[in-house]
Structure formats: C-alpha cells, structure tokens
Design a binder for this molecule. Structure first.
Ligand code: FPP
Length: 229
C-alpha cells in the first residue's frame, strides 16, 4: 500500500464520554496523528492524507473552531523538530483564503522547511472540501482553455486532475474512517473513486497499531479490479 487516507472522526465523543470538553478530544486526536505517522513509517507507507478540518466545520460553535485553529498553529510549531527528525514532508490542501493569518503562515513555513524530506509525505486537509476542490479545478481549467483558445472537449480526466490541490500523489489505496460512520463527508471525493473503504468503530484517539494492522489485513483481502474483471 502506498497511500493511506484517514478521516479522524470521534474526538468530540471521546472527550464527552469522559466528561471532558470536546477540545480535549481534538488535542488527544492531534497527538494520535503523531503515532499514526510513526506507524506508517514503520510499515513503509510513504503517503498519508488526513482530514483535520472541513469547509463544513465552520458551523461548529465558535469556541470549538477557535480551539481547532489554535491547536493547529501550536501543534506544527511544537513538533517541527520531531517531524524533521522523522523525515516528514508536510503539505496542506484546502482553502487558505478564509483562514487566520497565523495558521496560513504556519502552513507555509512547514511546507517550505520540509520540502526535501522523503520518509513520509503527510498531507493535511484543513478547511478542505472535495466539491470546492473540484469546482476550483474546473474554474482554473476553463480559464486556461479560454486563454489558450482550446476546445473544452480536449480536457480529459488526467488533464483535469492536474488542477486539483496536489497533482503528484498516487490516489489513496485505502480510506479508513474511525468513529463508526459510513460516509465520505466531502473528503477526497475525486481521488477516492477506486479507493477501498474501511470503517473502524473505535473513536480516533483510541486508534492505534492494532486497529491499523486490522484495517491493512482487511485491505489485503480485497480484490482491486478497477472496473476490470
Ligand atoms: C472529528 O471528530 C474530528 C475533527 C473535526 C477534527 C480532527 C482534528 C484533529 C484530529 C486534530 C487537529 C489536527 C491537527 C493536525 C492539529 P468530531 O469532533 O467530529 O468528533 P465527534 O464525531 O465525536 O463529534
């Protein structure tokens, strides 16, 4: 397996079960992402994409959104050294326009300083929406075609996918969603056309080596035919 994608769901419930605030669950969830990076490296998985904040998450109470923004900036500064030691290259997908300036700065610094690392590429979807990504790609493709006087029917799937946020990663082989839900929630909807889906009942902060290996074992039993027989 080359590319694993994860919807890290259930932080809020995990905290509430212990009578704690939801923000506590997000902090624990962020810590667990460090664990997942180590596990991926150990298993030789070179690409990991995770959903950290969706374009719909703005609907949450202001305090929770604020806590997620602060956690984000704090986290990448706090663990910058550790990520360097682990050889982790960081990339971010999503809309940066509506994000606080310090969050955008954190992203740019992390991307810039990690550009040459090769052990693991960690892609964080933050203020990300799959439909938004596709609409923006369509707009940019249309603009280019207008400018170059090209016939729109010359655009094919491969050409279109070059307009997505990231165009140089293989598509996810396996998508794991924790927290027991069976939905994509607008995550990588273009890229997961042939991805194997796996739902894990446990909540994100409880997801560890045992659960990851169980998901990978299940993935290995799947027959990926990509539409062939
Ligand atoms: C889903 O749990 C999780 C999120 C909306 C945020 C995920 C964020 C993190 C794991 C931490 C932030 C990441 C970084 C990189 C600093 P939920 O709140 O929907 O949980 P619930 O379904 O139990 O309510």
């Amino acid at each position: 397996m080359r590319h694993l994608a994860v919807i890290m769901d259930g932080n809020g419930r995990w905290a509430e079960k212990q009578g704690r605030r939801r923000e506590f669950g997000h902090r624990e969830g962020a810590e667990n992402l460090r664990t997942l990076c180590v596990l991926c490296r150990e298993r030789g998985i070179p690409y990991l994409t995770v959903y950290a904040f969706s374009t719909e998450n703005w609907r949450r109470p202001k305090a929770e959104v604020g806590a997620l923004m602060r956690l984000f900036s704090h986290y990448f500064r706090k663990y910058a050294r550790e990520m360097e030691a682990e050889g982790i290259r960081l990339r971010f997908i999503g809309e940066r326009g509506d994000l606080p300036a310090d969050v955008v700065r954190t992203m740019e610094e992390a991307e810039e300083s990690s550009r040459d690392r090769t052990e693991l590429q960690l892609v964080i979807a933050f203020n990300y929406g799959g439909r938004r990504e596709i609409v923006q790609a369509a707009q940019r493709a249309a603009r280019d075609m207008l400018r170059e006087g090209l016939d729109p029917s010359s655009l094919n799937e491969e050409g279109f996918s070059r307009y997505l946020y990231i165009d140089d990663l293989p598509e996810p082989d396996l998508l794991i969603r924790t927290g027991g839900e069976y939905r994509l929630s607008n995550f990588l909807i273009w890229q997961t056309a042939y991805t194997e889906l796996y739902t894990e009942e446990c909540l994100w902060p409880d997801f560890g080596a045992f659960e990851l290996d169980r998901a990978i074992a299940d993935y290995k039993t799947r027959q990926r035919r990509f539409g062939d027989v």
